[in-house]
Design a protein around this ligand. Sequence first.
Ligand SMILES: Cc1cc2nc3c(=O)[nH]c(=O)nc-3n(C[C@H](O)[C@H](O)[C@H](O)COP(=O)(O)O)c2cc1C
Length: 228
Amino acid sequence: MPFEMSSRAVTKVLWVEGSPKAERSLSSACARALLDQLGDGVSITHLDVWADEVVVFGREAALAKFGPLFGEPHTPEQARIWEQVTSRIEQVAAHDVLLISSPMWNWGIPHALKAWIDVVVQPLDSFTVDAEGRHVGVVGVGKRAQLVLTRSSAYDGRAPELEDHQEPYLRYVLSMLGFDVAEPVIVEPTTAWTQEERDQMAADALEHAAQRGRELAANLEANLKENR
Ligand SMILES: Cc1cc2nc3c(=O)[nH]c(=O)nc-3n(C[C@H](O)[C@H](O)[C@H](O)COP(=O)(O)O)c2cc1C
């Protein structure tokens, strides 16, 4: 993959890959098609949420999240976990653009992607609350987020407001963190019965993603000019 840090880089993109299917994943292929349009002046960091290094937010992390608010200082183990949590938030903060690619899994997102969200969404470090109790983004302020989402056949139309816990959820979390969330790439239905239909669906999806990549590239270029 041509995703290496470039010394000429001006814009940093963090790609969070939600599908575990790697080279067999359509959402990942669409993410690559989009990233391919961003040109040389961009550096890309790839985060596979299925890799072992992603912190699992278990008992000690859950206790550590609220302990200090209730006057319970972190234990040494909690402090160690919290360092990892903080470094994941810093990774997001160190990038200008966040790209999340994900399939729909049981109307929501794969648990490994949810686990990463549980790590990076933390009061004070990634969002805060104003005097009226409203959430105010911190980690995403001034940054663009782009979603690339696949689903085989999400809806049968009977309860549209209940059937999609993928796009609205991700959009909500990202905007709560302060990101400017771009129009997502949504590919559905991805289940096609003949090889010909599958090839056509994939080709259309890749072109759709590439088009969104060109739009993102133009947006980044305009921002750069504005800030020169
Ligand atoms: C565990 C699992 C659960 C799934 N649940 C849904 C679902 O609720 N709705 C849907 O439309 N597709 C569902 N799918 C299908 C995937 O979203 C679809 O195949 C998608 O195109 C896969 O994208 P990928 O190739 O990037 O992994 C599910 C697939 C798996 C493996």
